[in-house]
Design a protein around this ligand. Structure first.
Ligand code: AHG
Ligand code: MN
Ligand code: MN
Length: 374
């Protein structure tokens, strides 16, 4: 007897259908790790990803989720403006203004800064922020009865001198939990925390495509903006930096101003025919290194004896991200960037960041040559 000849039990069949229709389909608890079950050809937007990730945190209240989404929105607005920079008359230097650190401000710096401040202020998800372009911290008036537990720091447009020549620039951000009580105003101490206290950090790269790359301390993921739908879509899952590479990135024009140990390391790279790549926009150089491996160096020079880059807006967020991807980030005294105690908002520091084997190799050079007389 074939299966087709089996007697049909109509009542059993009806019962089965009834139980199927009545059955409540429970949605699974979504976690970041569940992404492995999602086919790679299915689009995962930044919003979906952030919401899934929120469920990985026991203390999640939605504030961090809100902040990351605010930054995503600001990034899209900045991206639109950066993309048409060549078409409109907002290129060039803003009227005579220099920022707190003495660098000339570009007009798009001001634009990007204003948009980020606006987006973060509107939602009231953070209680205060600090920007490379502002001398002091910016307090956020509470929205409704919301008490916010976070502060945000950012470099609104990194590498902005590259805009006039149509090169890549970026936005770098870091999010911390405040130390002060949530019912009072934020204080400077909320910002002067070590990089290990960052709860999230990342960057947006306005390059040939626009990418948002971030970490909340559980690996690094990258999202590419699909302009046709206006969404950041997951394109780089669980990014890992190559262990080693044969490419270094430094402004070698300052060679004679570097300390002996740094010059010896650069000689070594050159002797071994390592490739030199330097865009002059840290976020772009670090992005390349995250994907292809290498080391980025900004040591002390005569002009910048403590280094040029800012600890809070540039070095800490990129150090967290690179460490999360398996890399290392030290200053040229071989201290871990994330362990440095900030003394002031606009503090500068030296940096060596990238593939772990290359940072280790540099460390060996510094140990060997720094003890020698000049
Ligand atoms: P910013 O545009 O935010 O001031 O940052 C520029 C920084 C960094 O992005 C880059 O790596 C570095 O300055 C380049 O400095 P040099 O021109 O001295 O190499
Ligand atoms: Mn910068
Ligand atoms: Mn900047």
């Amino acid at each position: 007897m074939s299966t087709f000849d089996l007697p049909v039990n109509h009542s059993a069949r009806t019962n089965l259908m009834a139980s199927t229709t009545k059955k409540v389909v429970k949605s699974p608890v979504l976690k970041t790790s569940d992404l492995s079950t999602i086919p790679t050809n299915r689009i995962v937007t930044l919003d979906e990803f952030i919401l899934r990730s929120e469920k990985d945190f026991d203390y999640a209240t939605g504030e961090l989720t809100g902040l990351l989404r605010d930054i995503g929105v600001a990034a899209k607005i900045i991206n639109r403006e950066v993309n048409k920079a060549g078409l409109v008359n907002i290129l060039g230097v803003a009227d005579g203004s220099e920022n707190q650190s003495g660098d000339t401000q570009q007009k798009l710096d001001v634009y990007a800064n204003d948009r980020l401040i606006e987006c973060l202020q509107n939602s009231g998800e953070c209680c205060a922020m600090a920007s490379e372009e502002n001398d002091d911290i910016i307090h956020v008036p509470p929205v409704g009865s919301k008490q916010s537990h976070y502060v945000v720091m950012f470099d609104p447009l990194d590498g902005s001198s590259n805009i006039d020549v149509n090169m890549s620039v970026g936005t770098i951000f870091a999010i911390y939990r405040r130390k002060s009580e949530a019912d009072g105003p934020a204080t400077l101490d909320d910002f002067l925390q070590t990089g290990t206290k960052q709860v999230a950090a990342g960057y947006v790269l306005y390059g040939t495509s626009t990418m948002l790359v971030y970490t909340t301390g559980r690996g690094v993921n990258g999202f590419t903006l699909d302009p046709s739908i206006g969404e950041f879509c997951l394109s780089h899952r669980n990014m890992r930096i190559p262990e080693n590479s044969q490419t270094y990135s430094v402004n070698q024009g300052y060679y004679s101003k570097f300390d002996l140990e740094m010059r010896r390391y650069i000689d070594h790279c050159s002797d071994l025919n390592y490739g030199l790549r330097y865009i002059g926009s840290m976020v772009s150089d670090v992005h390349r290194i995250l994907i292809q491996g290498g080391i980025f160096l900004y040591p002390s020079t005569r002009k910048y004896p403590k280094g040029k880059l800012r600890l809070l807006y540039e070095c800490n967020p990129l150090a967290m991200l690179i460490e999360q991807a398996g890399g290392k980030a030290l200053n040229t005294s071989m201290k871990r960037i994330l362990d440095l105690t900030p003394q002031e908002l606009h503090q500068r520091c030296t940096i060596a960041i990238g593939s772990p084997a290359m940072v280790d190799e540099l460390q060996a050079f510094i140990a060997r040559y720094s003890a020698l007389p000049l």
